[in-house]
Design a protein around this ligand. Structure first.
Ligand code: DON
Length: 318
């Protein structure tokens, strides 16, 4: 797997052996101490914390993985992209009257900004924005969960992707902050459906479980201008792929998005299950997972692995 990558006009030395590079980065990541497994959703706190996985899938159809790359985990906020794709397709431009496309500069579950801004979330990647998107899906699909499931299964090429019922129920029982966000938006008239139904969809979607191998494959269309490189099927319009990547660049890593752009330089999305998916336009997808999180809610080891792969292969888009 060699690529002519240029940096500052100079070709970057490409490793002959991608697997050896990933293995080195993976071993270095495993030595990183610190971070905490998410515990505010009790079922997530039970996950074995030292697990670690890294997958690099390129648009030529190659996929290289190291570590626990076949192990499925709770994708949590990474699922917000699937919901957003369906909502963009269903309601078009009017979506952007109900949710903005600006970075929030606040933690992903912050409430305060939502009141100042009269129930219009800053972007679809913070919890308030994703709950708004869930409202669109519940209101505009007769079976919103089936719509998400069939999209995800199509993208990753597997029929056996499911939500983890324990994680779903666990978050339902402890999701008071998300319920507060949903009710606040309802009070401003920005939620149409029944709040409990919206939250049920949102928590279910966050509880989807996938591996880094499946995630890397699922997001390849975003690196390929909206076309799945494996099936050659158009998944979203080219403009929508650009828009989703733009939102990931500014808001995908929450209030660490600026630092991530600075040090890594590709669109990416993280989840509190410890997964991170990074989209490298015209090249491929890097997916990493390890459950222990930094204080922004991003995987400590996952960040290291994505940053090292992007840096050593010269993948920044800037
Ligand atoms: O709503 C929540 O808080 C979780 N279901 C998802 C949060 C999440 O993954 C944020 N990611 N960094």
């Amino acid at each position: 797997m060699t690529h002519d990558v240029m940096s500052g006009g100079q070709p970057i030395q490409q490793p002959d052996d991608t697997r050896a590079l990933l293995e080195t980065i993976y071993q270095q990541a495993r030595a990183i101490e610190g971070g905490e497994v998410a515990s505010y959703i009790p079922a997530l706190a039970e996950v074995a914390p030292e697990q670690c996985a890294l997958t690099l899938a390129t648009l030529d159809g190659q996929s290289v993985s190291v570590g626990d790359a076949a192990q499925r985990f709770s994708i949590q906020s990474i699922s917000k992209i699937f919901g957003l794709m369906l909502a963009m397709e269903r309601v078009g431009e009017s979506l952007w009257e109900r949710v903005q496309m600006e970075p929030s500069g606040q933690p992903f579950n912050s409430i305060v900004q939502l009141e100042w801004e009269k129930g219009i979330p800053r972007n679809p990647m913070i919890n308030a924005g994703a709950i708004l998107v869930a409202d669109v899906l519940v209101s505009r699909y007769s079976a919103s969960k089936n719509a998400v499931l069939s999209l995800v299964r199509q993208l990753c090429g597997a029929d056996d992707v499911f939500a983890d019922g324990r994680v779903h129920q666990s978050e339902m029982a402890h999701g008071h902050r998300n319920a507060a966000l949903a009710h606040l938006m309802k009070s401003f008239g920005n939620i149409e459906a029944d709040v409990d139904e919206v939250l049920d969809h949102y928590f279910w979607q966050c509880a989807l479980t996938m591996s880094t191998q499946q995630l890397a494959r699922s997001f390849a269309f975003l690196a390929n201008r909206g076309v799945c490189p494996f099936s050659q099927k158009r998944i979203v319009a080219r403009r929508d792929a650009q828009r989703i990547n733009a939102i990931l660049s500014t808001s995908g890593m929450y209030d660490q998005s600026g630092e991530f752009a600075f040090t890594v330089g590709v669109p990416a999305k993280s989840g509190v299950g410890g997964g991170i998916v990074a989209v490298v336009p015209d090249y491929g997808v890097i997916a990493a997972w390890s459950p222990k999180l930094n204080h922004y809610g991003n995987s400590q080891r996952g960040l290291y692995m994505i940053r090292e792969v992007a840096t050593r292969l010269g993948l920044s888009v800037y």
